[in-house]
Write a protein that binds this ligand. Structure first.
Ligand code: SF4
Length: 246
């Protein structure tokens, strides 16, 4: 049982996908099925870890980071049942070094004045405990730039970028921590493209409204199973649907 629960964009997305999944993940001792880590999650964690290490250790040369990548990727990939995802491991084995080479060869990244890396936060907003991890904040001549790294394929629609709740929440928290609202951006690592948008304090109300509504669902016990094709990818598929089939 997760007794230290705080709302995050990930827990919000989980409850919106399936209330029962939220309950299993955040309110029970039920373990995910072994070998049921998701390939994209494992890959994302490995790349985030590597970018942090590259900045911390100054590993800008491929001879430095490539060995570390092998270690980090092996560690993160070990709980994925790769046989269930034909060809994916080989793709990620190639993609990881490609992404990191592009990141380390970019002058702007090398010269960035880093304010924080993988910064965990826990704050109280509107009576709700809220948690998260900010990937990176850079100090620029015109203020702070908060970046969220994406290992997924393509940028989303500009309006969705402008309204993305994660960047809104993180911008607000950055405002609390550093006393200034940052410019925010998704950094799409596959293409090297940064999509920069802005946030205003009034954007925060939308995200807080989503959290308040989610909390009302929890308080009201509205956590039913949302069974569908997405269950194929659910790490609690066995315990959840097995219980139904028993
Ligand atoms: S298997 Fe489906 S219904 Fe069950 S928790 Fe997962 S997403 Fe929800």
């Amino acid at each position: 049982m997760n007794s230290d629960f705080g709302w995050s964009i990930s827990s919000l997305s989980t409850i919106n996908q399936c209330g029962h999944l939220w309950k299993l993940r955040y309110r029970s001792d039920t373990q995910p099925e072994s070998g049921r880590d998701l390939p994209s999650y494992a890959f994302g964690r490995a790349v985030h870890k590597m970018i942090e290490e590259i900045h911390l250790r100054g590993f800008w040369d491929v001879h430095h980071w490539i060995r570390l990548w092998d270690e980090v990727w092996d560690e993160q990939a070990k709980d994925v049942d790769w046989e269930a995802y034909p060809g994916r491991k080989r793709n990620f084995d190639r993609l990881g070094p490609g992404i990191l080479a592009a990141y380390t060869e970019c002058e702007e990244n090398r010269l960035a004045e880093i304010e924080c890396l993988e910064q965990r936060f826990e704050v109280e907003l509107d009576g709700l405990k809220v948690k998260g991890v900010i990937d990176q904040i850079r100090r620029q001549p015109d203020g702070l730039l908060l970046l969220d790294f994406k290992t997924s394929k393509e940028p989303s629609h500009p309006l969705v970028e402008r309204a993305d709740p994660q960047l809104t929440l993180y911008a607000h928290v950055c405002g609390l921590l550093y006393d200034q609202m940052p410019t925010v951006g998704h950094y799409y690592l596959r293409t090297g493209r940064m999509v920069i948008t802005e946030r205003r304090e009034e954007d925060v109300e939308t995200v807080l409204g989503m959290m308040r509504e989610a909390q009302q669902r929890v308080d009201g016990g509205l956590l039913t199973r949302q069974v569908g094709w997405h269950c194929n990818e659910c790490v609690y598929r066995g315990p959840c649907l097995g219980e139904l089939a028993a």
